[in-house]
Design a protein around this ligand. Structure first.
Ligand SMILES: [Zn+2]
Length: 269
C-alpha cells in the first residue's frame, strides 16, 4: 500500500511522531491502556479471543495514534484532506476492551481531538464490511457526532441493526452479501444524505476499511476501487469545504487494499 502511494503524484507521504497518552485517555480507560502496555512489554499475549498483542503492539498504538492526530491536524488547519495509513484497525475497540484485531479506537480518538481543536460536529462514515461496534458504543449518546455505517449482516460482530439509532445520531445500513456494488453504494449514500440533512459537519472522518471489496476473505461485499473514489468525491461535493480524513480499518488482500486506498486517496486529493 505504501509503495503504491509513493508512486502516486497526488499523494505526499509523511511520517508522524508517536502520540502521548493524553489523547487516548479521552476515549479509553487508564487501566485498559496500562494493560495493553504491560502485555506488550512482556513480549505479547492474548488480549481477547481474536485479538493478540506482540512485543511491538504498544509502540504501534502510540505510532498509529500519532499518525491519526497528525492527519487530523493537517486537515483541520486547512492544509488539505488526509489519510492515516495505520494498523491495527480501530473501530471494534471499546473504552475498556480491544476486540476484532482492534486495540484503540482511532476514529473516535480523532473525533475527540478535532472537537478539542474547535470542530464541534463530526461525521463518521464507516464503510468497512464489519459494523464498528466500538465506534457506535463510544458516540451513540453524543449528538455532536453522527455515525453512518454500511456493513454486512448477519456478520461479525453481530451489532449494527437499523433500529440502533443512538440519540438519533446513528445511521446503520446492514446489508446482505453478494449484491451488486451499486446497491451498497446507493444505500450508504442515502444514509449519508439522511445524516447531513439539516445538520452539517465541521469535519468528516472515514473509517476506511477495504474488506468490502469483492474477493476479501473476511466479507462478502462486491466493491471495487472506483466505488471508494465515487463515494469520496460525493462526500467532497455534499459538504463543500469540509475537511475529510480517512483512517485505515480492515482489508485483507494486500494488492486489493492498495488499489482501494489509492483510489480513495486520489479522490481525497
Ligand atoms: Zn472489517
Amino acid at each position: 500500500m505504501l509503495a503504491r502511494l509513493r508512486t502516486q503524484p497526488s499523494a505526499e507521504l509523511r511520517e508522524a511522531k508517536p502520540a502521548t497518552l493524553e489523547p487516548l485517555l479521552a476515549v479509553h480507560t487508564q487501566s485498559y491502556l496500562d494493560n495493553l502496555k504491560s502485555i506488550s512489554a512482556r513480549g505479547g499475549g492474548l488480549l481477547f479471543l481474536d485479538t493478540i498483542l506482540n512485543g511491538h503492539s504498544w509502540e504501534a498504538v502510540l505510532g498509529g495514534t500519532g499518525a491519526v492526530l497528525s492527519a487530523v491536524d493537517h486537515a483541520v488547519s486547512g492544509r488539505g484532506n488526509s489519510f492515516a495509513a495505520v494498523r491495527p484497525p480501530g473501530h471494534h475497540a471499546l473504552a475498556g476492551r480491544g476486540m476484532g484485531f482492534c486495540l484503540v479506537n482511532n476514529v473516535v480518538v480523532a473525533a475527540r481531538q478535532a472537537q478539542r481543536d474547535g470542530r464541534g460536529r463530526v461525521l463518521i462514515i464507516d464503510w468497512d464490511v464489519h459494523h464498528g461496534n466500538g465506534t457506535q458504543a463510544l458516540v451513540e449518546a453524543d449528538p455532536s457526532i453522527r455515525y453512518v455505517s454500511l456493513h454486512q449482516s448477519p456478520w461479525y460482530p453481530g451489532t449494527g441493526t437499523a433500529a440502533e439509532r443512538g440519540v438519533g445520531n446513528v445511521f446503520n445500513v446492514p446489508r446482505s452479501p453478494g449484491q451488486p456494488p451499486a446497491f451498497y453504494v446507493g444505500d450508504l449514500w442515502a444514509a449519508v444524505v439522511a445524516a447531513t440533512t439539516d445538520w452539517s459537519p465541521d469535519l468528516i472522518l472515514v473509517s476506511a476499511g477495504f474488506d468490502a471489496m469483492a474477493g476479501d476473505p473476511l466479507g462478502g461485499f462486491t466493491l471495487e476501487p472506483e466505488h471508494y473514489a465515487d463515494l469520496t468525491t460525493r462526500l467532497r461535493e455534499r459538504v463543500p469545504g469540509c475537511p475529510i480524513v480517512g483512517l485505515l480499518e480492515g482489508g485483507y488482500i494486500p494488492d486489493r487494499l492498495a488499489a482501494g486506498v489509492s483510489a480513495h486517496v486520489r479522490a481525497l486529493a
